[in-house]
Design a protein around this ligand. Structure first.
Ligand code: NAP
Length: 341
């Protein structure tokens, strides 16, 4: 029998990507959709490309019973909105409903840090201990049967998958993560940073000086200091993290590749590459393509991870987590093959 899934925020980029994946999921059924300004309309009012599909109407997030009678809820909402909703609907967790927040509200363990980073008191801090951080490559066993899942940020996912084997082996003296992201990372709302004329044929850094909200999340995962620089590049979707790491002892590229292969054995969303991956290699998929090498003259390792910010960086990772939480095959509904060329 299919699991009944609801998506909140389906008029946005992460929500509609979750919808795309779940429509092709062999064990899931789209049972409810919710939103804010889009509520009261049809999905095709927000996404003309989806005209002709038989989908539930978009109901208001509050007051219309969204969440009731479902097996799982995916919240693709701005931070603060999802935390408040979970606080008001905590009875769903007790009923066994899986709630996956694609936003930031349950990622940082420390509510004071969350308040400092996101500029408002945490809306549901008493629920933080119940949340599992949804990076399957780190917490797969805790995710099995979990009911409240904090889906990781896109930059933290890409940085962590590039860096984890180095950090876990105690090899990293310093760690620098330079990342690029497609413009969909900023969401569908209009703003100067996602207007065509301002992003086309231009690259810009942002969040320098440790001020990006994903910086503490990256350090929480890695358990160490990391210097993180994000850049916006003129593509719709895709993310590449380049992690440069000082080596505490010299290792060869072949030794590192063997260590990465061992670390990621049994992790179906990670593919080790013999060459630097391109974002096009993972576009529309839930895969993370990882490459590692050594610069012996400078005593550093360099690792790269390419993901789709909306795939392994958001919706596909949420589907992977949903599968783990509900005991479904981990990669059911997670696309592995990009559109080529
Ligand atoms: N974009 C990415 O690459 C990415 C990656 C990882 C995580 N995320 C996270 O995923 C979440 C969604 O991101 P996004 O990029 O999809 O944003 P988006 O395109 O701006 O979409 C936001 C969605 O939230 C809904 N919404 C906003 N305020 C609401 C309210 N008060 N009540 C009900 N619905 C409300 C909007 O619905 P209406 O149109 O109906 O108002 C819209 O569907 C964010 O927390 C983001 O940080 C995004």
């Amino acid at each position: 029998m299919a699991v009944r899934v609801g998506i909140a925020g389906v008029s946005g980029y992460a929500g509609v990507d979750a919808l795309r994946l779940l429509l092709a999921h062999p064990h899931a059924q789209i049972a409810a959709l919710a939103g804010g300004g889009s509520a009261g309309g049809a999905v095709a009012d927000s996404w003309g490309a989806l005209a002709g599909l038989d989908l539930p109407p978009i109901v208001p997030l509050e007051g219309a019973g969204f969440g009731e009678g479902l097996d799982a809820v995916l919240l693709a909402l701005p931070h603060g909105v999802s935390g408040g909703w979970v606080a008001r609907h905590r009875h769903l967790l007790d009923q066994g409903v899986v709630i996956i927040d694609l936003g930031a509200d349950f990622r940082l363990r420390d509510p004071a840090q969350h308040a400092a980073v996101y500029g408002a008191p945490h809306a549901a801090s008493e629920l933080l201990p119940r949340a599992v951080y949804g990076l399957p490559e780190l917490h797969r066993e805790q995710l099995r049967g979990a009911r409240l899942i904090a889906n990781p940020g896109c930059y933290p996912t890409a940085t962590a998958l590039a860096a984890l084997p180095l950090v876990e082996a105690g090899l990293a003296t310093f760690l620098v993560s330079d990342c690029v992201s497609g413009v969909s990372g900023a969401g569908r709302k209009a703003g100067p940073r996602n207007l065509y004329c301002e992003v086309h044929e231009s690259v810009v850094g942002y969040g320098l000086g440790g001020s990006h909200r994903h910086a503490p999340e990256i350090e929480q995962i890695l358990g160490r200091q990391a210097i993180f620089t994000p850049h916006l590049v003129p593509m719709s979707r895709g993310m590449l993290a380049t992690v440069t790491c000082g080596l505490s002892r010299m290792v060869t590229a072949a030794e590192l590749r063997a260590a990465y292969a061992e670390r990621y054995a049994g992790h179906p969303a990670v593919v080790l590459r013999d060459e630097p991956p391109a974002t096009a290699d993972v576009r529309g998929t839930g895969m993370a393509h990882v490459f590692v090498t050594v610069d012996p003259a400078r005593g550093v390792a360099q690792a790269q991870c390419a993901i789709d910010n909306l795939g392994k960086g958001a919706a596909a990772q949420a589907v992977q987590n949903l599968n783990l939480a509900l005991g479904l095959p981990e990669m059911a509904g997670v696309v592995r093959v990009p559109l080529l060329p």
